[in-house]
Design a protein around this ligand. Sequence first.
Ligand code: FMN
Length: 219
Amino acid sequence: MAVSYELGESTQQTARFLVGMERTGRIVQMKGRIVVGITGATGSTYALTLIRWLIRGGYPVDAIASETGRQVFEYETGVRFSLSGIAGKKGLLSIHDNDNLFSSLSSGSNRFESAVIVPCSMGTLGRLASASGSKLIERVADVALKERRRLVLVPRETPLNRLHLQNMLALSSAGAVILPAMPGFYQKPRTIEDMINFMVSKILDAIDIPNDLTKRWGT
Ligand SMILES: Cc1cc2nc3c(=O)[nH]c(=O)nc-3n(C[C@H](O)[C@H](O)[C@H](O)COP(=O)(O)O)c2cc1C
């Protein structure tokens, strides 16, 4: 479903998202919803930055956290998962209960554009690889795969054992994009934020959202 909103004047960063969107005066036709699933691996700051960017860009976001995902998110970022400061007045952010399988997101008949699980724990990865999940995040990922929608998994663990690697291969074979939390250094990051932005830029690229969050090689 197309969603419209008015661009605010002070949101310079929003303009970075305009490429690829249909513009009619001050009204912007949005692409579809993006589901962001947060599980209990370290690195939830990637999810926070991703959600902030999507909302600033006018993308409707459906956020879900596993129980440990919520705990680690709040511990690492210091932000409550209600994300009340992020929703803005446009109401683009919806928070879903991971236990609510009656959510609209549970069915393939309810359209979302892409799903990103960031960070993706090894536990969630294993349940996805065996299609045996019983929570909303796992159901959304399963729906994305069966409906041939974009599913981006951002696993975070080190070192990786054979089962972790096998699960990643199985999910890649099923159509998921495996995008490990591995920041690069060729762009010469100076701050942790630079490194976070590098990863979030990679995620946005993988779901076809134009961005200039990081300096690109050769530019
Ligand atoms: C502070 C903290 C950091 C963690 N980091 C990771 C991690 O990087 N990778 C991982 O696979 N699990 C990590 N875990 C363990 C997961 O949270 C745990 O396996 C949990 O059961 C995952 O559940 P979920 O997949 O439902 O979120 C971490 C746990 C805590 C408390």
